[in-house]
Design a protein around this ligand. Structure first.
Ligand SMILES: Nc1nc2c(c(=O)[nH]1)N[C@H]1C(S)=C(S)[C@@H](COP(=O)(O)OP(=O)(O)OC[C@H]3O[C@@H](n4cnc5c(=O)[nH]c(N)nc54)[C@H](O)[C@@H]3O)O[C@H]1N2
Ligand SMILES: Nc1nc2c(c(=O)[nH]1)N[C@H]1C(S)=C(S)[C@@H](COP(=O)(O)OP(=O)(O)OC[C@H]3O[C@@H](n4cnc5c(=O)[nH]c(N)nc54)[C@H](O)[C@@H]3O)O[C@H]1N2
Ligand code: SF4
Ligand SMILES: [Mo]
Length: 749
């Protein structure tokens, strides 16, 4: 085979960078940034460049593995599915659909298969025991915006390219490359913000790389962001700086905000936050005075005890300062496909329904069809009706990613049966009875259905597979559908093409009853006929693009001239993507609340302010643990790529010089860190980049677990920080895990 150049979107994080991949047959010669990509203009990070190593990793699974005599051994697909049938059918035959649970990991947000066909599998499973990485991540934000704007992905995105004042809390985009903020090259974008005279303010218990770039950095005590945000709101309202403008007429609850925030004056919260009251007042005044400003907060503010309150207060500030939905403020994207707040009647909707059921043991509420993963272990361990006896994991590593990792490992080990769809044998999948492999990122098509809904520009970019599947590999969506066959009683050999047709037909049917869709009133079969002979998620994507806000419709072109008319074919002809322009104001059209208003004071959230008030003056511990990310990491799963782990060990504990002296910790020596949940030993790194009273350990490590087949990662094992995270402590509104602000005891090892 000869050399070829492939242009594709990087699937490894939310930034959606365009890559230029040089191939020699099935071998990758180089991966560079695509200079012609309409969004990333050539930007690439070390992870994107490591796609070649990921594709060629000798530890990547190429065949199913099946447990025989305690060992995971290679098997054919038919054999693997017979074992799955034998394991699941008797459990399902007992008549309790909840006995089979599922955990869905983060990479599902980065694949079409995870976005489309996985939903069909979950529907077929019919279990209330569905868990995902959402509840160790952004769930509090989704609940806040769901209640305020009526849809769980209606997240206001800071318009970094046009803003003049950006207040960032608990996010480090220079390491993470942005989250709930799709924007390639955030370093460049933030630099340009400063070059045009704008101001970048970062609030973080660590002086992160983003904080170093900022005009102003404030250390804050972990989990005290809601206090700070409430005090900023308090200042804006009491000093007469509020200026909601047109948002006043679009909001309900504006006049009660001041009263709700009354207990949280800067003077009241300053001791808790560790930020002086005059500083808080200045931050509030400068935010309010900026002609265009945005407040943006991420994982440090969601994975903590006041996650939902902090997430809500971010957008309360965006509203009272008049910055919501205006250029340079915090805006709502309009994606080309699947935008949940763009379909159907504009301006009003059913809103979100939360708590339709609760977890059996602890009574944590359901949201968006899921239960919080902090209660997964107890749902496996506790006997009785509804106990999880078998588990499916798809693209997830809960043994490393979720709180109380030791308990999670023991719980998974006790299951009657476990199946994983994954590319590696790692801390979680090594406990499965069957592992089903997936194609390499170069062997599958890619489109960011989720992240274009969270993007600083409206963009659409589709990447067809660069390479055909390797021998014996199966598309991930087909594997999902074959599992769907098992859990719906069709046996291990279900016709995946027939199920795929049903999925596409159902997607078509939905379009035919959606107001404003070009499919309205058509027969679903007639809609499908227009889509030609594509299969799998690509066919559904084509449908969504054609019926979306920039769609070509179902009868070839819509309009003429320069108008964009999107379909999958149109995107295939544009390998560098199609730019659909900067974000535009979308209020009130994007609202899906039953009232047709922005619900500024949703009752479930405001009721939680009592807890915030009660916490005033209470510390969350003498020493508390937070996390951090490194540019060359990706949660738990890229540590097997040599380029990403070379250099000094990164799994160290950061501690301030004062604390190190007080606790007798020496740089380079080892510390013992203990919490209610467990203890670890870890190398000490003394640094003034962290505030007193706080230590930081990155998550995603601990690759020395028995059963792992990750040869490179094993040499850079590190420790699993979630051995310390306490699964019994959650943000009560969302059930989201508390991964930042964990009370710990630290001593020399
Ligand atoms: N202490 C602490 N814990 C945290 C966090 C933190 O900040 N601190 N962050 C949390 C966050 S934000 C997240 S998102 C979670 C992540 O939690 P998880 O999603 O559970 O963990 P990942 O490490 O992303 O694991 C991804 C898994 O998917 C597999 N995989 C990769 N690509 C594919 C694919 O295409 N198909 C399939 N089927 N499998 C694939 C990998 O081999 C790996 O097993 O971790 C959370 N945990
Ligand atoms: N390189 C790399 N990139 C990634 C990932 C990765 O693992 N590695 N993971 C991806 C995923 S799944 C996600 S969700 C995103 C997350 O993206 P980000 O939210 O940007 O995540 P982090 O880089 O961990 O930055 C979180 C910051 O919050 C700070 N922090 C901790 N506790 C608190 C607190 O109580 N208050 C405040 N104000 N700050 C606090 C930490 O010190 C840290 O600097 O990153 C994505 N991108
Ligand atoms: S920033 Fe994210 S999308 Fe861009 S190259 Fe790096 S990992 Fe890939
Ligand atoms: Mo995440």
């Amino acid at each position: 085979m000869s050399a070829a150049v492939d242009f594709r979107t990087c699937p490894l994080c939310e930034a959606t960078c365009g890559l230029r991949v040089e191939l020699d047959g099935r071998e990758v010669r180089s991966v560079r940034g695509d200079p012609d990509d309409v969004f990333s203009h050539g930007f690439i990070c070390p992870k994107g460049a490591s796609l070649a190593e990921l594709h060629a990793d000798p530890d990547r699974l190429t065949t199913p593995l099946v447990r025989r005599g305690g060992e995971l051994v290679e098997a054919g697909w038919d054999e693997a599915f017979e074992v799955i049938e034998a394991g699941l059918a008797p459990i399902l035959a007992d008549g309790d659909r909840n006995a089979v649970g599922a955990y869905l990991g983060n990479p599902n947000a980065h694949t079409l298969d995870g976005a489309i066909h996985l939903r069909a599998l979950l529907k077929g499973l019919g279990s209330r025991n569905i868990y995902s990485a959402s509840s160790v991540d952004q769930l509090p934000k989704q609940i806040a915006v769901g209640l305020m704007f009526g849809a769980g992905l209606a997240v206001p995105i800071p318009d970094v390219d046009r803003t003049e004042h950006l207040l960032v809390l608990g996010a480090n985009p220079l390491a993470s490359n942005g989250s709930l903020l799709t924007a390639p090259d955030l370093r460049g974008r933030l630099r340009r913000l400063r070059e045009r005279g704008g101001r970048l303010v970062v609030v973080d218990p660590r002086r992160s790389r983003t904080a170093e770039l900022a005009d102003e950095h404030h250390f804050i005590r972990p989990a005290r962001d809601a206090h700070l945000l409430a005090a900023i709101g308090h200042t804006v309202l009491t000093e007469g700086l509020a200026d909601p403008g047109r948002l006043a007429g679009l909001s309900s609850g504006l006049d009660t905000i001041a009263e709700l925030l009354a207990p949280f004056s800067p003077e009241a919260v300053a001791p808790d936050c560790g930020i002086a009251a005059p500083e808080i007042r200045r931050m509030a005044r400068e935010l309010a005075a900026a002609p265009r400003a945005a407040v943006y907060a991420r994982i440090g503010t969601t994975t903590q005890e006041f996650g939902t309150l902090a997430s809500w207060l971010v957008d309360v500030l965006n509203v009272i300062t008049g910055n919501l939905d205006r250029p340079g403020g915090a805006m709502f994207p309009l994606a080309a496909a699947g935008q949940s707040n763009a379909a159907g009647e504009p301006g009003r909707g059913r809103g979100v329904r939360l708590g339709r059921w609760s977890s059996r043991v602890r009574g944590l509420a359901e949201s968006f069809g899921e239960l919080p993963v902090a209660c997964l272990a107890e749902e496996i361990e506790t006997p009785g009706e509804g106990r999880i006896r078998a588990l499916l994991t798809v693209a997830g590593n809960p043994v490393v990613s979720t709180p109380n990792a030791a308990r999670m490992r023991a719980a998974l080990s006790s299951l009657e049966f476990m199946v994983s769809i994954d590319c590696y044998v790692n801390e979680t999948t090594s406990l499965a009875d069957v592992i089903l492999p997936v194609p390499s990122p170069l062997e599958r098509s890619h489109y960011d259905l989720a992240f274009y809904q969270l993007s600083v520009r409206n963009v659409a970019n589709f990447s067809p597979p660069a390479l055909p599947l390797r021998d014996g590999m199966v598309e991930e969506w087909r594997t999902m559908l074959r599992l769907l066959g098992v859990v719906t009683g069709q046996g291990p050999d279900a016709d995946t093409d027939a199920i795929d047709d049903l999925i596409a037909l159902e997607a078509a049917r939905r379009e035919t009853v959606t107001a404003g869709s070009p499919a309205t009133g058509m027969e679903p079969e007639a809609v499908l006929a227009k889509l030609g002979d594509r299969r799998g998620p690509e066919r559904v994507l084509d449908l969504l693009l054609r019926c979306g806000p920039y769609g070509a419709g179902l009868n070839g072109g819509r309009g003429g001239g320069d108008e964009v008319a999107l379909s999958l074919g149109a995107l295939e002809r544009a390998p560098h993507g199609i730019d659909l322009g900067p974000l535009q104001p979308r209020l009130p059209e994007m609202l899906r609340t039953p009232s047709g208003k922005i619900e500024l004071c949703p009752e479930p959230i405001t009721a939680d302010l009592e807890r915030l008030q009660a916490s005033l003056g209470c510390t969350n511990g003498d020493m508390v643990l937070i996390g951090r990310r490194h540019l060359r990491s990706n949660n738990s799963w890229l540590h097997n790529l040599p380029h990403l782990v070379r250099g000094a060990d990164r799994c160290t504990m950061h501690v301030s010089p004062a604390d190190a002296a007080r606790l007798g910790l020496d740089d380079g020596a080892r510390a013992r860190v203990a919490s209610r949940a467990g203890a670890v030993e870890i190398p000490v790194e003394v640094t003034d980049a962290i505030m007193d009273g706080v230590i930081s350990i990155p998550h995603g490590w601990g690759h020395d677990a028995e059963g792992n087949r990750l040869r490179v990662a094993a040499e850079h094992s590190g420790v699993n920080s979630n051995l310390l995270a306490d699964e019994t402590v959650v943000d009560p509104l969302s059930g989201n895990a508390v991964l930042n602000g964990i009370p710990v005891e630290v001593a020399p090892a």
